[in-house]
Design a binder for this molecule. Structure first.
Ligand SMILES: [Zn+2]
Length: 401
């Protein structure tokens, strides 16, 4: 069997007419609601599709408050949960640092949906999260906060470009105070997206996070709404809308990732399309057992038609390291001379394993630091509630939006 196995490439319209002779593929990821992840997984990469729509909608509401920051030279992401967005001024200052320093980003802009999951995981004592702000209150929803895993190597260069490292007990965290604090705008963006897609169930677009917003957020599709941000035309290519798999992996270990990808182009991607390491480089995630070579992962194995969404299953292997090591590989979807787009896969190799730990658990606070508004803390959330959370969340089954 091809190492890269495509389980399904379908549009929503085709889901109701499955041929009974075909294998029944139970999970149609495009319809999985956010609430499904309240008590499963520890990576907010399961909601990247919806989170990207929120980031794009913020960009529509207030240009420059959030622009794309793609990984590239000297800028890498240490997990699939890192969203590639930041305020325009903060991005300019960061890229100046990247001219001379290698930056390993653990967490940047975080959407209210990601914060909701982190908050709930924290309440249940899951994923190693020691403090979490209420949704709408985290500094990481501000568009100007960053966590950098190799912080000590870049601290001075960051300060020289206007980044402050002033949250006590949280050395990985930096803020760019030259950009406005836009917390709450992600809540408003979500409310606007919800109303656009649910005209019969409108909610207030007040940017305030309350029970009304939370109940819609739980019902929202993790991979994103049918209609996203509308102010700019969508870029053609591959868009990763969900990644299921660990943020952190032990050394010398194989890890599995399910990549849900939308084909935003007018060309079908044939089954022979291959995942190739960008630039013809070797990947540190090379898995000898399943990859074609160190530079080619393998074929996607089944067509993903224009406009359709498909799931690509991959295995990666981690190297033998003795320190925490973030690894990042960019793949290209290539068929002959056609290049259909890129897919990024990131993880951190941890000598202790920690597969059940969120990458966003990395930034920890002294308990008293909750009110300072750092990485996960900031809302003064009542952490004592953790023990009172009902078991209902644990009983919740996969549920369709
Ligand atoms: Zn932080």
């Amino acid at each position: 069997m091809s190492p890269t196995k495509l389980l399904l490439g379908l549009t929503l319209a085709t889901t109701a007419c499955t041929d009974m002779d075909e294998p029944q593929l139970a999970v149609i990821e495009s319809q999985v609601a956010v609430s499904n992840y309240v008590s499963s997984t520890c990576s907010t990469s399961v909601v990247v599709g919806l989170s990207r729509q929120i980031a794009e909608e913020i960009g529509c509401m207030t240009p420059d408050s959030l622009v794309e920051l793609t990984p590239g030279r000297n800028v890498s992401f240490s997990s699939n949960a890192v969203l590639p967005y930041m305020s325009a001024k903060a991005k300019t200052a960061l890229l100046k640092v990247a001219q001379t320093k290698n930056l390993q980003i653990n967490s940047g802009f975080r959407s209210v949906v990601q914060q909701y999951l982190l908050y709930r995981w924290h309440q249940q004592g899951r994923c190693g999260i020691t403090a979490a702000a209420r949704p709408g209150n985290s500094n990481h929803e501000s568009g100007r906060a960053l966590d950098i895993s190799n912080y000590s190597a870049v601290k001075t260069a960051m300060r020289n470009q206007g980044w402050s490292a002033s949250v006590p007990g949280d050395p990985v965290h930096f803020d760019f105070l030259g950009s406005p604090d836009i917390r709450g705008r992600d809540v408003k963006a979500f409310q606007r997206l919800w109303n656009r897609n649910n005209p019969g169930d409108r909610i207030s677009e007040d940017g305030s996070y309350g029970p009304q917003t939370e109940s819609r957020l739980r019902q929202a599709p993790a991979t994103g709404f049918e209609v996203g941000a509308t102010c700019t035309p969508r870029a053609a290519g591959a868009s990763v809308v969900m990644i299921e798999g660990p943020d952190r992996v032990a050394p010398n270990t194989r890890a599995h990732y399910s990549l849900t990808v939308t084909n935003y182009s007018n060309m079908d991607w044939p089954a022979s399309t291959k995942l190739v390491v960008a630039g013809g480089n070797s990947s540190e995630l090379f898995d000898e057992a399943s990859w074609e070579s160190t530079t080619v992962l393998g074929e996607i194995g089944s067509e993903i038609g224009a406009g359709a969404m498909g799931i690509i299953e991959i295995d990666v292997a981690t190297p033998d390291v003795t320190e925490e090591t973030p690894l990042f590989t960019q793949f290209e979807l290539v068929d002959g001379t056609d290049n259909f787009g890129t897919i990024n896969v990131a993880l951190t190799v941890t000598p202790d394993g920690d597969e059940d730990t969120s990458a966003d658990a990395k930034d920890q606070h002294d308990p008293g630091a909750e009110v300072t508004g750092g990485c996960n803390a900031g809302g003064g959330g009542p952490s004592g509630l953790a023990l009172l959370m009902p078991a209902l969340a644990l009983l919740r089954r996969r549920r369709r939006a």
